[in-house]
Design a protein around this ligand. Sequence first.
Ligand code: ATP
Length: 603
Amino acid sequence: MNQAVNQPAPAAATTETAPARVNLRPLRALWPYVRRYPKLIAGWLGFLALSSASTLTLPVAVRYMIDRGFSHAQAGSIDRWFLILLAVALVLAFATAARFYCVSLLGERVIADLRRNLYDRLMRLDMAFFERTRTGELVSRLSADTELLRTVVASSMSIALRSVITVLGAATMLTVTSPRLAGFAAIGIPLVILPIVLFGRRVRGMSRNSQDRIADANARAGETLNAMHTVQSYARESHESERFAGAVENAYRAARKRVRTQATLTASVIVLVFGAIVAVLWIGAHDVIGGGMSAGTLTQFVFYAVFGAGSVGALSEVWAEVQRAGGGMARINDLLAEVPRIAAPTQPKTLPSASSAHPVGAIAFEHVRFHYPARPDTAALEDFSLTVRPGETIALVGPSGAGKSTVLQLLLRFHDPQSGSIKIDGIDLRELDPTQLRERIALVPQDPVIFGADAMENIRYGKLDASEDDVIAAARNAEAHEFLSALPEGYRSFLGEKGTRLSGGQQQRLAIARAVLKDAPILLLDEATSALDAQSERAIQQALERLMQGRTTLVIAHRLATVLRADHIVVLDHGRIVAEGTHAELVAQGGLYAELARLQFAP
Ligand code: ATP
């Protein structure tokens, strides 16, 4: 297992600009999604057959209408042929609508499933993946790429199949109608196919490139919009606008190249197709004049030729679209193929449940060595050993970058150490299901995360099935009840995106309330570094004290009150434990702690 972690992280599939070699094979991955809906597929194909048959019948009806209806000049006969024509048109209308309904629904359903599956997989990927992948790109995969596929399943595939059927049907009927003229038409076909193949290849490469540029622009925008405070406080609005404009222009340029090639492709196809039709018509007109063919037959021939040529044109457009979607699906497949490195073993062990005789929440780090995947040469923790008994409070102190947050991350098993082991209640974390492990831990981060929802929902994130009373009790415990009930709509007040409608201290108390509600035996606290006013500070201290009671607590300490209250203090520097003991012992020893205490914990 350690070996696996030691491997250099593969470059994020999503951030790479792939070579211009895109094929349609990735689209095969859509089949399992499509296969789930046999009724829609059957409906689509059935109505496609009906609509194609009626399309191909129309010219025959027209021919009889012209040849028989006009030549006999009998009102009854011409009426009958007009009625037949109308009936064929009605069947065509019905079958087309039903086909459209089935295939569109199929597309929507498939893409909804694909989106859900993709998001589901993303949720389960490990932190190393999120550290090397930009969120904006992921959002782009979820939106732009799946949208591309929706078009393909809901329309392009349908148009392609329909066009192929029409082309084949029209070709057959052309031959039946006039083998001589059909022979001329056949010479034109290779002239039409050739540019499609040649230009199609170029479009393929370009489409992936332009999608990648869009993802870049989105990622840039996402990052910036999330940091508007910083952007505006540095007055970097114009700078950011220019940077985004640069990314957008890159995307535009890539798209322009693609569109140009596509436009040329379409124009070439139309010119060639209609050139061929005009030529055939010219020959046909001479045949009619010479008496070798009836006017109705020539009309029928022209209808088939137009249908066939139109379908070839449609195919060329759809072909480019399908190729673009091939690129999108390739990127989605890359994401779907990501295997979370942090996963439950096949037979996970179960953590013991708490009882008065056996309190739970013991933690043991044994000679842990760990480096982040992005920093294979620098250990964030080196020979780190720490034993915590249930209910104990351990304060982690040390200068910035010492490795304090890393300790918490490893305990949550966001990463696995390269050597050594981490155990909870005697069980190695790697033998546990990460979900069960994390159920046992409540984290109160330095920067609390508040979702764009109301207070009730935000606190309930700690325990999804908690009743309103439980939520309110948790908020009281966290000293949050007073300010929450004073909000315009109380607990139902929307807190703004990322909790912008709350003060820093209030956000922290809300995060504490969430942890109170979770009621886990192990508590991880990353104390906020920013100073709060005395009143807020006291409220938070009281809330935390209550929360810590009876729980094993690891706290990254920035306050004197916290280190004084801890059972044990661990001093970290450059990923190693440099001293341990109580506040008094450590101060007496002098060294790094005494220095930190003088600077950081001075009352
Ligand atoms: P602070 O008090 O400033 O939060 P810390 O003691 O919590 O610091 P850590 O965040 O644990 O320090 O970081 C320990 C080392 O690991 C630092 O050198 C840091 O640069 C590095 N590091 C942290 N997170 C990552 C990451 N995701 N990828 C690569 N290196 C990282």
